[in-house]
Write a protein that binds this ligand. Structure first.
Ligand code: G3P
Ligand code: CA
Length: 239
């Protein structure tokens, strides 16, 4: 079963920072996951929330601040004093860390609250610039965003994120269309995910930080999990 470092190695570094991704880039794991939003001046930045309040010493919506304004805050000290000085990274800066590695890169478009008009084109441009097309997975809870990606770049792998339990994941996902299904941990154990696996679906599960659950998912035939602590899960899983 493959492991993806969720928001980088976010158990040990401030999430979605270059420190968290640099640590992941050195690990023998399948890939990483990151979240993107768009700034007031049209830059794609890597951060989980719509606001910078939780993960910086600043306040405000990413969409209302320019990159320069966002860069005036510290994104490390909320996690631990030793990471003081971490800045909000652009997507381009994070991708740069993985140009020469083997890792897959799951870019989650955080368009479920604010649609960030044009984000799909901006992200596709960065992917092309870094020549990592074959290693990228674009996911979103906003399946309209995935439709847009699929129309603009059908050669890019897409994944539909689900927070809820569907009766028929395979038919729904084919309709978008998306190539893979990303579900929460409780959903992964439901009957409909077992059926989707039997139908040949690619299923990845978020966010798995408990080794016992990781082992159960491996037994089920789940292809990959997102974890904040990939080294700990890797050490406990049998190949
Ligand atoms: O992509 C899987 C997972 O990251 C989705 O949930 O809230 O951690 O972005 P969240
Ligand atoms: Ca995410």
């Amino acid at each position: 079963m493959d492991l993806f470092a969720h928001r980088g190695v976010s158990a040990h570094y401030p999430e979605n920072t270059k420190a968290a991704f640099y640590a992941a880039s050195k690990l023998p794991i399948a890939g990483i996951e990151l979240d993107v939003h768009v700034t007031a001046d049209g830059e794609v930045v890597v951060i989980h929330d719509e606001t910078i309040d939780r993960t910086s010493n600043g306040s405000g919506y990413v969409k209302d601040l320019t990159l320069q304004q966002l860069r005036s805050y510290d994104y490390g000290s909320w996690f631990a004093e030793e990471y003081k000085g971490e800045i909000i990274p652009t997507l381009s800066e994070v991708l740069e860390l993985f140009v020469a590695t083997h890792h897959r890169i799951n870019i989650e478009l955080k368009t479920d609250i604010f649609p960030y008009e044009g984000i799909e084109a901006l992200v596709l441009k960065e992917i092309a610039k870094h020549q990592i097309t074959e290693r990228v997975i674009i996911s979103s809870f906003n399946h309209e965003s995935l439709q847009t990606v699929s129309q603009m770049a059908p050669y890019i792998e897409t994944a539909a994120l689900f927070a809820e339990i569907l009766v028929d994941f395979t038919t729904y996902t084919a309709k978008i269309p998306a190539n893979a299904i990303h579900v929460s941990l409780p959903t992964a154990f439901r009957r409909s995910i077992g059926v989707a696996l039997e139908q040949g679906a690619t299923i990845r599960v978020y966010t798995v930080n408990d080794l016992e659950y990781a082992k159960q998912l491996q037994q089920l035939g789940i292809q990959a999990v997102f974890t904040d602590d990939p080294e700990a899960i890797l050490a406990g899983l049998t190949k």
